[in-house]
Design a protein around this ligand. Structure first.
Ligand code: FPP
Length: 245
């Protein structure tokens, strides 16, 4: 697959819904938490490979707002895995010149997660090859509501007229304001859903659904997704002849 990859057409921003950790564990007769631990290994492989290929922004769905309704034992396990992964992977981030970033309702995370997150974010803040963003306690609809509230405040204060509101105003109020929109969104585990992930930002993203469960996702699976992305024609509502002329 490596041979077919066009190194000049690598997506700048890649978004991933890392799904299937629980099913992976169940199939093997393991606890679900072991699926999440193996999910961290998959994330390390994919982040390293993405940085090597020249992806500038990798944004992964690590915990949704809806995930708070899972059994407490699983939430606790996930939070502990997050803390130990952050401690363990600082070397991977530094070696690959990757800056860590987090989006979502970070305040709702346990204090130990917030502490570890800010420490790693701070330590990696000068890294500039790629930004790895963890979406944690993330909900795209909540993010959009928050942006709309900021616009409403501007209007209320008389600094903006309703007819002056543009797409740029909405985009500016999102967590992703300083990133380009993802060109490619990958979801693993054979599910064909977006699950409240970056609804605004993926308006023109290519969607790639992979049947593999996240812990089984390897470097070559990422290469395959990017090769397929490169073969698609991105028309943005135009017709083929306009794109090719
Ligand atoms: C989806 O699998 C995955 C998650 C809810 C968590 C994603 C977490 C990781 C990849 C590991 C932790 C990494 C960090 C950075 C915290 P699922 O549990 O929904 O799987 P299922 O659909 O098979 O039950």
């Amino acid at each position: 697959m490596e041979l077919l990859l066009d190194k000049n057409k690598i997506p700048q921003h890649l978004a991933i819904i890392m799904d299937g950790n629980g099913r992976w564990a169940k199939k093997k007769g393991f606890l679900r938490s072991l699926g999440h631990e193996n999910g961290v290994d998959a994330l390390r492989r994919v982040a390293t490979r993405s940085a090597e290929l020249g992806v500038k922004f990798l944004t992964v769905y690590a915990f949704s707002t809806e995930n708070w309704s899972r059994p407490k034992t699983e939430i606790d396990a996930l939070m502990s895995i997050l803390v130990s992964a952050l401690k363990k992977e600082i070397g991977t981030l530094m070696d690959n010149n990757i800056r860590l970033n987090a989006i979502g309702d970070i305040q709702s995370l346990p204090a130990r997660c917030r502490r570890e997150l800010s420490e790693v974010i701070e330590k990696t803040s000068a890294n500039e090859h790629m930004t790895l963003t963890l979406a944690l306690s993330y909900s795209s609809k909540t993010e959009l509501v928050s942006s709309i509230k900021q616009i409403a405040e501007e209007v209320k204060a008389g600094r903006l007229l309703p007819e002056e509101i543009t797409e740029a105003h909405v985009a500016k109020g999102l967590y992703t304001a300083d990133m380009p929109d993802p060109e490619l969104l990958i979801r693993t585990s054979g599910e064909y859903r977006i699950s409240n992930y970056m609804l605004w930002q993926i308006a023109y993203s290519e969607l790639y659904f992979c049947p593999k469960l996240w812990p089984d996702f390897k470097e070559e699976d990422l290469d395959l997704a990017i090769v397929e992305f490169q073969q698609r024609e991105r028309r943005y509502g135009k017709i083929s002849e306009q794109i090719n002329s």
